[in-house]
Design a protein around this ligand. Structure first.
Ligand code: NAG
Ligand code: NAG
Ligand code: NAG
Ligand code: NAG
Ligand code: NAG
Length: 380
């Protein structure tokens, strides 16, 4: 006769086992689900982990997830507040599977402990803002895929008091220089910001940056002419706090002059990424006469705006290495810009940077360097 006796395990042991199986990212969801089916004891040990960062990849799994978290009125509810277990939700792959009101309701259910939220393309709207404003533990908010034009003033208002928000990616078509929005403070801890959209040129002078911004990405912005970019980046506050600037090739209206002006406004950047085809000889010519040297450690020539080629010679680049680019440790090229000639010349650049780094590290009093840091040439 088969024994139906269970071996009793103390709850602490079950918790240990469950947290151990949860480490495997790939099988995590399936294994935790199975754990929940074993017994009441296992269910209570595994349920919080199962909902911590759910993978809702397909429309069907999204439907089941929302029905469980936020059951339709009149149906039997779970006695646990399952929504409060959710820490991280990535809805980037959902397209037509939700609706504006469903996303808003879901956000309301998971607001308590949500730390990371990646919004879906079509179903995040102004409806979601009230729930968003209550996500007091949110650290990372990614709205970059959002299609609907959400008025920036309303958006800023809803996130303005989120104390832990560190990273924010704004929706594609944000109009940043809405006069009302400048009266509303940025979230107090905001450090990393990605901007896509438009600045009203007339209102740029009233635009203020977050107080402690360290990293800024301009992606698919229009009207970044020299005058406009200059007046945006010449803020003394930005000059002091900003360490990383990325200007992607998808911006419209960029000019060579506006790129050339960046080192003058932001000499304290340690990382700069610019579209590879928007850099020409004059950029390095200016840098070969720049003193004191820039703080720049990493320079990246990213995906080009228009032409798949670089418009400067290695010789001019090397000329700046001994002057304005004295602190440079590595240089990156977008794969799209790499040619056979490039590869050959990069060997030379790589050698110089490696050699220089070795010398610097052997100097007495040299700051200890992170071994993870890339030195030399790399490709992206
Ligand atoms: C969100 O999910 C998408 C699609 O699965 C993935 O490509 C992306 O890296 C995820 N984002 C984060 C921050 O995990
Ligand atoms: C840039 O933004 C416009 C809307 O302002 C959008 O139509 C276009 O798809 C975006 N391009 C990229 C590369 O994101
Ligand atoms: C922004 O650029 C536009 C067009 O180039 C120009 O007319 C306007 O004066 C610029 N605004 C600022 C504040 O520089
Ligand atoms: C760059 O950093 C130095 C030293 O921390 C500081 O004195 C200077 O004001 C900064 N430059 C700008 C433009 O903020
Ligand atoms: C490349 O740079 C030269 C000057 O250095 C300029 O005359 C030419 O227009 C540039 N070509 C492109 C495609 O930007």
């Amino acid at each position: 006769m088969p024994s139906s006796r269970h071996i009793y395990l103390p709850t602490e042991i079950v918790v240990q086992i469950v947290s151990y199986v949860a480490v495997d990212e790939l099988g995590r969801q399936k294994t935790l689900y199975t754990c929940c089916l074993i017994s009441r004891q296992w269910y209570s040990a595994a349920i919080a982990l199962l909902y911590e960062r759910p993978q809702v990849i397909s429309g069907i799994s999204f439907k089941r997830f929302t029905e469980t978290i936020s059951p339709p009125i009149g149906t039997r509810k779970n006695t646990l507040n399952l929504g409060s277990f959710v820490h991280r939700l990535n809805l980037s792959h959902l397209v037509h599977h939700s609706s504006n009101s469903l996303t808003a309701r879901l956000l309301g259910r998971i607001k308590e402990n949500l730390e990371v939220f990646i919004a879906p393309t079509l179903t995040f709207s102004i409806n979601s803002l009230p729930a968003l404003s209550k996500c007091a533990n949110l650290r990372h908010l990614d709205l970059a895929l959002v299609h609907e034009a959400i008025p920036f003033t309303n958006l800023k208002q809803s996130i303005s008091r989120l104390p832990k928000l560190v990273t924010l990616r704004l929706p594609q078509s944000t109009i940043l220089t809405d006069p009302e929005s400048s009266k509303i403070p940025w979230p107090p801890s905001l450090q990393r910001l990605q901007i896509s959209g438009r600045f009203n040129p007339l209102l740029i002078p009233t635009f203020t940056w977050p107080q402690s911004l360290t990293s800024l990405t301009l992606k698919n912005c229009s009207l970044l002419s020299l005058a406009n970019l200059s007046s945006l980046l010449s803020s003394p506050q930005l000059g002091e706090s900003l360490k990383r600037l990325t200007i992607s090739g998808a911006n419209r209206g960029l000019t060579l002059d506006s790129i050339n002006a960046i080192p003058a406004f932001l000499p304290n950047l340690t990382f700069l990424s610019i579209p590879g085809d928007m850099v020409e000889e004059s950029f390095f010519f200016i840098l070969s006469h720049t003193f004191p040297p820039l703080a720049l450690e990493v320079l990246e020539f990213g995906l080009p705006c228009a032409e798949l080629k670089l418009n400067f010679t290695t010789k001019t680049f090397l000329g700046a290495l001994d002057n304005g680019l004295e602190s440079l440790r590595s240089v990156g090229f977008a794969e799209e810009l790499v040619t056979d000639q490039r590869l050959e010349e990069d060997e030379g650049i790589d050698e110089i940077l490696q050699e220089r780094n070795k010398r610097r590290r052997s100097q007495p009093g040299a700051e200890s360097q992170d071994d993870e840091e890339i030195v030399g040439v790399y490709y992206i």
